[in-house]
Design a protein around this ligand. Structure first.
Ligand SMILES: C[S@@+](CC[C@H](N)C(=O)[O-])C[C@H]1O[C@@H](n2cnc3c(N)ncnc32)[C@H](O)[C@@H]1O
Length: 178
């Protein structure tokens, strides 16, 4: 399945940390590669974890690589995502929220998530707004994290909002929420 998933060591650690009853949100799921990996890891470990998949299903703006796939699905690739999660046996673990990241966060209760993983738009303003929107959703002891710290706009946004609380597990940034 096509995707941008190069952070499986991080998700392996997360899978071992998660507990029965936990909820995880991945913001920016594309065709499902990363969220399917984590959900299947939880299945293998016998953990009862719920997943929330947040995406516009229209691709990242100004991302030429996304264009062909989005066009192939007629402008919205939610069907492709749904086919993949069904084929991989995780559809019943997952709730889909189709929409913009920050607007979608408003549907989630504060301090409810064990992990919020941000991999949506990668420009400075979007990453900053995503961190501000999703940080309050993570419960104490949980983790807020995101992809692509190697991109300067991502690094600057993470550093500006989180300062020296930010930790690195290349290519992932994360903080443990107190
Ligand atoms: C890099 S891809 C995610 C890759 C996926 N996590 C993986 O590893 O396969 C970015 C995704 O974020 C979505 N996206 C971009 N901007 C968004 C926004 N503002 N709100 C919600 N989703 C967004 C795109 O539609 C795309 O599916």
């Amino acid at each position: 399945m096509p995707g941008y998933f190069n952070f499986w060591p991080f998700y392996e650690i997360i899978a071992r940390r998660l507990k029965d009853g936990d909820t995880v949100a991945e913001i920016g799921v594309w065709l499902g590669r990363s969220i399917i990996y984590l959900a299947q890891a939880c299945q293998r470990l016998g953990k009862n974890v719920r997943f929330i998949a947040v995406d516009t299903f229209t691709g990242e703006k100004d991302q030429s690589e996304h264009k062909l796939t989005v066009e192939k699905y007629g402008g919205n690739f939610r069907n492709g995502f749904e086919e993949n999660i069904a084929r991989c046996g995780i559809a019943d673990m997952l709730t889909i929220i189709e929409g913009e990241s920050c607007a979608s966060a408003r549907a989630i209760g504060n301090s409810t998530l064990a992990l919020a993983f941000i991999d949506a738009a990668h420009d400075y303003e979007s990453v900053k707004n995503d961190i501000l929107a999703w940080l309050p959703k993570v419960k104490p002891g949980g983790i807020l994290a995101g992809h692509d710290l190697q991109y300067e706009p991502v690094r600057k946004a993470v550093c500006d909002v989180l300062g020296n609380k930010m930790k690195e597990a290349h290519p992932v940034w994360f903080i443990e929420v107190k």
